[in-house]
Design a protein around this ligand. Structure first.
Ligand code: ADP
Ligand code: MG
Length: 448
């Protein structure tokens, strides 16, 4: 009957979901006396999903199809990956009706990227737990893992997965209100609503959706007023059993000055990490992208490209684009030799990968005989402003840190300040020979 049940489910679920819940899930023993059917599942997310959503169907199927009375129990089997997962007991509560749709107003906010779907998401080592959790949430929003908190490094698919939940929900319930925002948008909207006295509209927008997706929530760090507002948004949605999904580059407990009560709320649901993909997964991702672009690339070449970029999937995509562009310009087919040429300068970036912003600050502070505290401080005298801007510029050039991240490392400055500094130095390099040679020297020093 297991096979029968599997076949039934294969028809019901799409391939991605089927693989998430059924691949490597198998009965291991049956006790005739107690009727206990022990079932091995791959990970805690799958266990939760089976317990909540599939076990009653399994019981019915066993009875209906084979006349067997079973009591399924689940145990997690097999190696667990490097990802961290924190899972409390799933909450069992009925789903509330949909909020009244106000499509005109929300259509303009909904900027889901068409490509960020489950179908386009390659599962593998590093992301399979997160993908499973996202699927579970898309499947039963508001009642299962709420909130879902996905965390991990840059370019590993957090935004992609989060938006996939939005797509899935809209596919199933086209009238659902899905709000996707960068956390900065929440901040800006809030500030504007105060300025324009439109707080009611602000609250209406955020507190009446069915699915709220807040991307990169670490930017709420140290912003008390915003945290307060978001707390109320969270409470309202949560109490209405609306689904909340957040991403961050770190765990809630690691976000500086995040209020206790937000930390505690964020941990009510499920926190799941995405870690960098292994080679096999990187190859699978490249293959999928190549197919989507209609490119034919042999396995050796895919293997070569995937071996050149080992942490960040956005960079991996960038590498593929580079190779493709190179092939077009040279009017040659894509092969290992061509890929090697195209990616020659990638080595340079990789050499700098380990470079820390703190190291840049140290070297720049030394060079200008000031201190890293001054660079991170607020003094606006020229002797400090120039080195500070140079250090920001170098951080931007030599590391893959984002503007907000750099701002954070410079004593919590706004990303626009960093952007301004980078533009300024970029201009000055062209006109000011002193700056130009300073940059040259500093780069040499950093390039040990
Ligand atoms: P993050 O939000 O973690 O910084 P993104 O979600 O923006 O990362 O992903 C970066 C890029 O890599 C996107 O273009 C995304 O589509 C792609 N990507 C990430 N993970 C996968 C995956 N598992 N399968 C396919 N593409 C992926
Ligand atoms: Mg992102």
């Amino acid at each position: 009957f297991w096979q029968h049940f599997n076949d039934e489910m294969r028809e019901r679920f799409n391939e991605v979901a089927y693989n998430a819940w059924f691949k490597n899930t198998k009965p291991i023993s049956f006790d005739k006396n107690s009727h206990e059917l022990k079932i091995a599942v791959q990970n805690p997310v799958a266990k939760g999903y089976w317990e909540k959503n599939l076990s009653s169907e399994l019981i019915q199927s066993a009875y209906g199809y084979a006349g067997m009375e079973i009591i399924p129990t689940f145990q997690i089997e097999g190696e667990s990956g490097p990802e961290r997962i924190v899972t409390p007991e799933p909450r069992h509560e009925p789903r509330r009706p949909l909020a009244q749709p106000r499509q005109d107003e929300f259509a303009k906010d909904l900027k889901l990227n068409d490509k960020y779907t489950f179908d386009n998401f390659v599962q593998g080592e590093g992301n399979k737990l997160a993908a499973g959790a996202a699927l579970a949430v898309a499947d039963s929003p508001g009642s299962f893992y709420n909130p879902l908190f996905i965390f991990g490094g840059v370019g590993l698919g957090k935004t992609h997965l989060m938006q996939a939940i939005g797509h899935q929900m809209l596919a199933e319930r086209p009238n659902a209100k899905v709000v996707y925002i960068q956390s900065e948008t929440f901040v800006n909207d809030f500030i504007n609503s105060i300025k324009n006295k439109t707080q009611d509209q602000f609250r209406e927008k955020y507190r009446t959706c069915d699915l709220l997706l807040v991307d990169d929530i670490q930017f709420f760090a140290k912003k008390e007023g915003i945290q307060e507002e978001f707390f109320h948004t969270f409470e309202t949605l949560y109490n209405d059993q609306k689904q909340i999904v957040m991403t961050s580059d770190r765990l809630p407990t690691e976000i500086p000055d995040l209020s206790e009560r937000l930390v505690s709320r964020f941990t009510w649901g499920l926190q799941v990490e995405i870690t960098p993909p292994d080679l096999e997964t990187r190859i699978a991702i490249l293959r999928k992208k190549a197919e989507a672009e209609g490119l034919t690339i042999d396995d050796n070449t895919l293997d070569y490209i995937a071996s050149q970029v080992d942490t960040n999937i956005r960079e991996l995509e960038g590498a593929l684009v580079k190779v493709q562009a190179h092939a077009t310009i040279e009017k040659e087919d894509i092969n290992v030799t061509l890929a090697r040429e195209a990616l020659a300068d990638l080595k340079l970036v990789q050499k700098n990968r380990g470079l820390q912003i703190s190291k840049i600050q140290e070297v720049v502070a030394n060079y200008y005989q000031t201190s890293t505290e001054e660079l991170k401080g607020k003094k606006r005298v020229r002797q400090i402003v120039v080195p500070r801007q140079i250090a920001m510029y170098l951080s931007r050039e030599l590391t893959d840190a984002s503007l907000p991240k750099i701002g954070q490392e410079f004593g919590g400055k706004d990303h626009t300040t960093v952007m301004h500094a980078c533009d300024k130095i970029q201009q000055q390099i062209k006109t000011d020979s002193e700056i130009k040679s300073a940059i040259y020297d500093l780069k040499q020093m950093l390039d040990h």
